[in-house]
Design a protein around this ligand. Structure first.
Ligand code: FAD
Ligand code: SF4
Ligand code: SF4
Length: 474
């Protein structure tokens, strides 16, 4: 097929899938974008200029073959487009939904500046949702068990699930251990349904279960087994436990009963969405309350937008830098503003009282070591934001894993992340690999998948070599 079908960016405007109105969105936890229809996906895919050096692909952590699957989509060859996209990703429809595309593939698309990028994420989501609808997503087929070797995966988030899938396909017995009652990690209990509907995650997990991956839920390593136990049980272990220690807000009143940790709040909201009984539900619900969220990252955005959907009386987000310097995705800020969230830029809390957050105005000073302008107090600018629910969303650090796992020999960096060999992804403990947030610090689903993909390849090599050693020794 000639490329005349492509390069339509000059005469076809960029069109993301239509969003539901903010009023409609506030009524439920369903995703905010309506799906593309086929003709729209084909039309938008055809805007791609088929770059010789595709910067979209370079800046995709999975190096997805974007130009080729866009071309196949424009040609209506959706099943082939799906197969190509699935060749590099274990969950393309999830990345299509929740990658911050404006910072990754789309933000680096060459037509972005003058014409608006190709809507890569939305097309990726469309391709794989269509594949699920049409039965093109095939069951996992493990090659006949060749070695009887087994792998233990600690953590059922995107990094752990990716290792589980890729090693199961290679014929290993794969056991996944997770301390939550459902698999999926932050995709299940952190990220709200309006960004990622839960059935989308659950069908991926079901496919792994059907493919023979054995899940041990409510199993906390450190409580139900030590790392040494799992090493004795398995030929290799992958640690992907994420980062869960909430950063503190060090002001008076920060531990009061109406002040919540972001993840406690989001987990409760997600559990309610599953129909679970949530203990302490009234305290963890924003209905009818004046809510102030402290922080400016993706977690803060998810909290403010959850509060809107729970029927909060008002929702404010306090962030100590300005809009241009906030870490959260600009698209998410825009969505939040549409939904009625009020952003108070350049504001930092100084105390939390029973009725509100006393805050100081900030200004941006000289750039710090990280190149970002450091916020400093702007004297005389104190104010109070009324609140009967305050949510702390300042980000997460690793827990003390060597202590939790009963494994003081597990090496960590000074930030508490697990130290690995960058090439093999193995820790200093033989056969123990790691990836995802527990290695990178709080990051993204797509990077967790990338780590899982790389680690699975390294673990396979390691396990094959071990079979060889055992055979030689016999
Ligand atoms: P996780 O997803 O954190 O999974 C770790 C798993 O390990 C969990 O299931 C946990 O129960 C389990 N575990 C931990 N300790 C133990 C133990 N001792 N024993 C057994 N199991 C254990 N990323 C995006 O790309 N897009 C987004 O829109 C986005 N939104 C986010 C919103 C929120 C609120 C948060 C908190 C994060 C968001 N992220 C987003 C980041 C993303 O979710 C993470 O980077 C990603 O999930 C990390 O994957 P992981 O597999 O390393 O760990
Ligand atoms: Fe873009 Fe993420 Fe998909 Fe890569 S995985 S193409 S960065 S949406
Ligand atoms: Fe197509 Fe944009 Fe990627 Fe170029 S950078 S190949 S135009 S999607």
């Amino acid at each position: 097929m000639a490329d005349t079908m492509m390069l339509k960016f000059t005469d076809r405007a960029q069109a993301f899938p239509a969003k539901r109105t903010p009023d409609e969105r506030a009524q439920d936890f369903l995703e905010i974008a309506r799906p593309y229809i086929l003709a729209k996906a084909e039309e938008q895919a055809a805007r791609c200029s088929q770059c010789g050096v595709p910067f979209c692909q370079v800046h995709c952590p999975l190096q997805n073959n974007i130009p080729d699957w866009l071309k196949l989509t424009a040609q209506g060859r959706l099943e082939e487009a799906y197969e190509l996209s699935a060749a590099t990703s274990t969950m393309p429809e999830i990345c299509g939904r929740i990658c911050p595309q404006d910072r990754l593939c789309e933000g680096n698309c060459v037509i972005e500046k003058d014409f608006g990028s190709v809507t890569i994420g939305s097309v990726e989501k469309f391709i794989t949702d269509t594949a699920w609808d049409n039965g093109w997503v095939k069951p996992l087929r493990a090659v006949a068990d060749r070695s009887g070797q087994s792998v233990g995966v600690i953590g059922a988030g995107p990094a752990g699930l990716t290792v589980a899938e890729l090693l199961r396909v290679k014929g290993y017995d794969v056991h996944v251990y997770d301390r939550y009652d459902r698999a999926g990690g932050l995709m299940t209990y952190g990220i709200p349904g309006f960004k990622l509907e839960k059935p989308v995650v659950m069908r991926r997990i079901q496919r792994l279960i059907d493919g023979g991956v054995i899940f041990h839920q409510n199993f906390e390593v450190g409580r139900d087994a030590s790392l040494a136990d799992l090493r004795a049980r398995h030929d290799a272990v992958f640690i992907a436990t994420g980062v869960y220690k909430a950063r503190r807000v060090d002001v008076p009143g920060a531990d009061a009963a109406h002040v919540l940790e972001a993840l406690d709040y989001l987990v409760a909201a997600n559990r309610a969405g599953f129909g679970d009984n949530v203990s302490d539900a009234a305290r963890l619900d924003a209905a009818g309350k004046h809510v102030v969220v402290i922080g400016g990252g993706d977690t803060a955005m998810d909290c403010v937008r959850t509060a809107i959907r729970q029927g909060a009386a008002s929702v404010k987000c306090l962030y100590r830098r300005d809009r241009a310097n906030m870490p959260g995705s600009a698209r998410e800020v825009y969505n939040a503003e549409e939904e009625g969230v009020q952003f108070v830029w350049l504001a930092a809390p100084v105390a939390i009282t029973a009725t509100g957050v006393r805050a100081s105005a900030m200004r941006l000073g000289q750039p710090g070591a990280d190149g970002r302008r450091a916020p400093e107090i702007d004297p005389g600018g104190e104010f109070t934001a009324a609140a009967d629910l305050v949510i702390k969303a300042l980000g997460f650090d690793p827990e003390d894993l060597p202590r939790a796992f009963g494994a003081p020999e597990l090496p960590v960096t000074r930030w508490g992340t697990i130290r690995i060999d960058g090439k093999t992804q193995m820790t200093a403990l033989d056969g123990v690999f790691a990836g995802g947030d527990i290695v990178r610090g709080a990051s993204l689903v797509v990077w967790a998948i990338r780590d899982g993909r790389d680690a699975a390849a390294q673990m396979h090599q390691y396990l094959r070599a071990r079979v060889g050693q055992v055979a030689n020794a016999a």
